[in-house]
Write a protein that binds this ligand. Structure first.
Ligand code: FEO
Length: 401
């Protein structure tokens, strides 16, 4: 099977998952890759494995280069099953001298595989081990995005093997950033950040700062998903810097669900108002837009408008599910506004306002409720609130400059 030499004597031996379309609620319509790397030195080191169903791809790629029993160390940068699912089979095959992991990695490996007799070697944050001419420094990245997560850095190669960070769910036959369409690459990297790392933005900021202060030289970032950043690793570091600071842009979203199109009419009027101020708007009907794509837009939108009619004193299920998903990702630093039609009780706006208050959004209006079907005057009011939000977005961005 095809292997790729990413640096002298360091090979990509992972697997491409062309079939996966859902990753615990995240739509992966481009598939993904599970990247594993094999480094030859005085010690032979395998970094990470792959999802269980693709284990044979990994084994055949390793066999293309060496006998698996010649591998000395297996590094587990992250215990989640898409990277460790093949570990029991690989450990049986390789019989490694050491399974290298963080302290939390050790705990989590035990809790996943129940193998107390495996040859664990727990490394501390910042610890360096020699593997011959080269060394590996382990950098703990707790909660990026699991407690066990860590990076492996090979200083002699300026190579950062970054686990899930800087990854993309992008299944391709290309292995490097300069070989794929740049807008697709950055969209998938942003989607990955929005759905996996957004809630850990404070940890991302801290990590980027500590890497910069330590003066770690990086000329290649090899994440566990998608393509390897060899041409321009600075591009993804800069993007993470922007996303993790919640730097909004001149952009607003009108996210809604509708029953008999009344809330949809209101959504269009709000979008009109925003558009008239020069703010870029996306009108996102929850029945046709996947939640994981909407949150990709949320990360650089400065304004969020939520529209939903009332159903049984609550919200329509698509909006309720979306708010639950978004709540877990902890959006911050945005303007908010809620609206919706109702028949007799009308609690939907209250529920959406509550969600946005919990996220400390700056609500530009107390919310608009319309009984059954909006009149021309109701729509005029919706448009005016859209305009108000647009002006606030523009002012706040000017003050930020
Ligand atoms: Fe790609 Fe957190 O696993």
């Amino acid at each position: 099977m095809q292997v790729y030499e990413i640096k002298k004597d360091i090979y990509w031996v992972g697997a491409v998952d062309w079939l996966v379309r859902d990753f615990h609620g995240y739509s992966t319509y481009k598939g993904t890759t599970y990247n594993a790397f094999l480094m030859f030195d005085e010690k032979t080191v395998l970094f990470d494995t792959v999802k269980h169903n693709l284990c044979s791809d990994l084994v055949h790629r390793i066999r293309t280069l060496t006998d698996p029993e010649k591998i000395d160390y297996i590094v587990v940068n992250h215990v989640e099953m898409d990277h460790s699912g093949s570990l029991p089979e690989i450990v049986d095959l390789v019989k490694p001298e050491k399974i290298i992991c963080s302290k939390m990695g050790h705990k989590n490996l035990l809790a996943h595989f129940h193998k107390p007799d495996w040859p664990y070697h727990v490394v501390e944050n910042g610890e360096t081990i020699s593997v011959g001419k080269r060394s590996i420094t382990f950098i703990e990245t707790r909660m990026l995005h699991w407690p066990d997560s860590m990076f492996s850095y090979i200083p002699e190669e300026k190579l950062l093997i970054s686990s899930d960070a800087f990854g993309q769910h992008l299944g391709t036959s290309e292995r490097f950033d300069d070989e794929v369409d740049q807008s697709e690459l950055m969209y998938q990297a942003k989607k990955y950040y929005a759905n996996i790392l957004y809630l850990y933005s404070p940890q991302v900021r801290k990590l980027l700062q500590s890497v910069a202060e330590a003066g770690i030289e990086i000329d290649m970032i090899a994440p566990d998903h998608g393509v390897i950043w060899r041409k321009d690793p600075g591009k993804i570091i800069k993007a993470y810097e922007d996303w993790s600071h919640h730097r909004g842009t001149k952009k607003a979203l009108v996210i809604y669900d509708t029953m008999w199109h009344s809330t949809e009419m209101m959504a269009k009027a709000v979008a009109d108002g925003l558009e008239s101020t020069g703010v870029s708007v996306k009108l996102l009907d929850l029945s046709v837009n996947h939640r994981s794509e909407i949150v990709t837009d949320v990360i650089d939108a400065k304004g969020i408008c939520l529209g939903c009619p009332t159903l049984n004193n609550g919200l329509l299920p698509a909006m309720a599910g979306f708010l639950m998903y978004l709540r877990g990702l902890r959006p911050a630093k945005k303007f908010g506004f809620a609206f919706g039609s109702y028949g007799w009780s009308g609690e939907a706006v209250k529920h959406m306002n509550k969600a946005m208050e919990d996220w400390k959004f700056d609500l530009v209006h107390e919310g608009i409720r319309v009984k059954y079907v909006p009149t021309h005057d109701d729509l005029k009011k919706c448009k005016e609130v859209g305009q108000l939000m647009g002006q606030k977005i523009i002012e706040s961005l000017e003050n930020q400059e």
